[in-house]
Design a protein around this ligand. Structure first.
Ligand code: ASP
Ligand code: MG
Length: 424
């Protein structure tokens, strides 16, 4: 049994949905669970609905309108029979959205966010499932919330692995084993609490959903279908002559994802590695190309990979009285970062200072600095780039540091990280 994941970019319009059908047509003999994200930029649009509902900075109905129109356009193109029940089904989902945004918010913003934003995945799967059925790919629409059980950390819910495993074993495995279905379509990104409230797993979380299903089934393999040929050694946005990594280890994949390669969500690898399930990253434009396989390979390629994180701020924290920065201060500093929800990308300490680089954020960073300034002297430097090179050598270091000033450098056996100021 296989798990496939199609992201928002792959189903951003009617042509995308037709292409998904074409790809699934190549695998008619297989049992497949397909995990789908919201179409195109729907999640961003739904975030605006959540903001309008909670912060009242815009009219909710006005924010819902383009989302409805966007999906209607896709449906009108896909279904010539306007009596197809999918029109009613999707209409009902929008009615639910209107209902969820009627009246006053009752709980926290993050709670309301999950109830609203999760709807994008529900609509996408309704449309795709109906289209596949219409075109001869018999499938079952499944609600991921019948399986993916989480805690109530809204917007980044933690998986309850025990309950999820049970759900999958008791309800999903028999469904496929009975031979009743071969193809099922479900949502990425969403889960449910024990009290039956919808949760989300964090932006771009659909890859993680695919891995959770694969782990608990367990599946023979997972394929993430992308608009790139696989995992490349650099982002083509910044680099010419990128190289496809055709075979990488779980360890490489997790490191690359962690440092910021956007192809795979960082949480995806661990559930697969634990069950030794290979992950294929393939192009939905050229589905017969092999792409990248992430597995327990003994001989991973040693090609240097480049990861750029733009828009970094270097924050240096010093004691006010020239005393040492010791564990006790560090504890306080880490706590401040953690409470502000700011992820440290790299860090370094000396006797009297502690420096970190973080993603710039016009609201969070000034607030963080203000808090730190109560106890420490703080200086900062923005507009920087963090360059990570995995499998580096001298030549690659020279290549990425042309015309830059290096402000911080961190080296391990396989990875170098350079925080630089671009001088051109
Ligand atoms: N639709 C969600 C997002 O845009 C989840 C995903 O795409 O993986 O973040
Ligand atoms: Mg996405």
């Amino acid at each position: 049994m296989k798990v496939f994941k199609f992201g928002g970019a792959s189903v951003k319009d009617a042509a995308g949905v037709r292409n998904v059908a074409k790809i699934l047509g190549l695998y008619r003999e297989e049992k497949i669970l397909v995990v789908v994200s919201a179409m195109g930029k729907t999640t961003n649009m739904l975030e605006k609905v959540a903001e309008a509902f909670y912060h009242k900075n815009a009219d909710v109905a006005e924010q819902i309108k383009p989302i409805r129109e966007y999906h209607l356009t896709i449906m009108n193109e896909l279904f010539s029979d306007k009596n197809n029940s999918v029109f009613d089904t999707v209409n009902n989902v929008f009615a639910e959205l209107e209902w969820a945004t009627d009246g006053e918010p009752t709980k926290s913003y993050d709670f309301e966010y999950d109830q609203i934003v999760s709807i994008g995945e529900v609509i996408a799967t309704r449309i795709i499932s109906a289209y596949l059925n219409e075109t001869g790919l018999q499938n079952q629409w499944l609600d991921a919330r019948d399986y993916i059980s989480t805690d109530d950390t809204w917007r980044s819910a933690a998986i309850n692995w025990e309950a999820t495993g049970k759900n999958v074993q008791q309800k999903l495995v028999p469904l496929f084993a009975s031979g009743k279905i071969k193809l099922a379509i479900t949502q990425g990104f969403i889960g449910v609490t024990s009290e039956n409230y919808t949760t989300t797993l964090g932006r771009e979380g659909s890859d993680f959903t695919a891995a959770i299903f694969a782990h608990t089934l367990p599946a023979s393999d997972v394929t993430i279908w992308k608009d790139v040929p696989g995992v490349l050694n650099a982002d083509p946005k910044w680099f010419d002559n990128t190289v496809l990594l055709d075979k990488i280890s779980y360890r490489d994949a997790i490191e690359l994802a962690w440092f910021g390669t956007s192809v795979i969500h960082p949480k995806t690898i661990q559930p697969l590695q634990n069950k030794n399930i290979p992950l294929f990253v393939k192009s939905f434009i050229e589905p017969d190309k092999t792409g990248t396989v992430v597995s327990n390979t003994e001989n991973p390629q040693q090609i240097p990979s480049f990861i750029y994180r733009m828009n970094q701020v270097l924050i240096s924290i010093m004691s006010k009285d020239f005393s040492f920065i010791v564990e006790k201060n560090l504890m306080e500093i880490f706590k401040t970062f953690s409470e502000a929800g700011i992820k440290i990308n790299i860090m370094q300490n000396t006797a009297i200072s502690f420096s970190v680089s973080v993603d710039d954020d016009q609201y969070k960073i000034p607030a963080l600095i203000k808090t730190l300034q109560k106890d420490f002297k703080v200086v900062y430097n923005s507009g920087l780039e963090l360059i990570t090179v995995r499998n580096y050598n001298q030549e690659t270091i020279e290549r990425v540091t042309v015309n830059t000033e290096i402000l911080l450098e961190l080296r391990s056996r396989k990875t170098i990280q350079l925080l630089v100021k671009n001088l051109d």
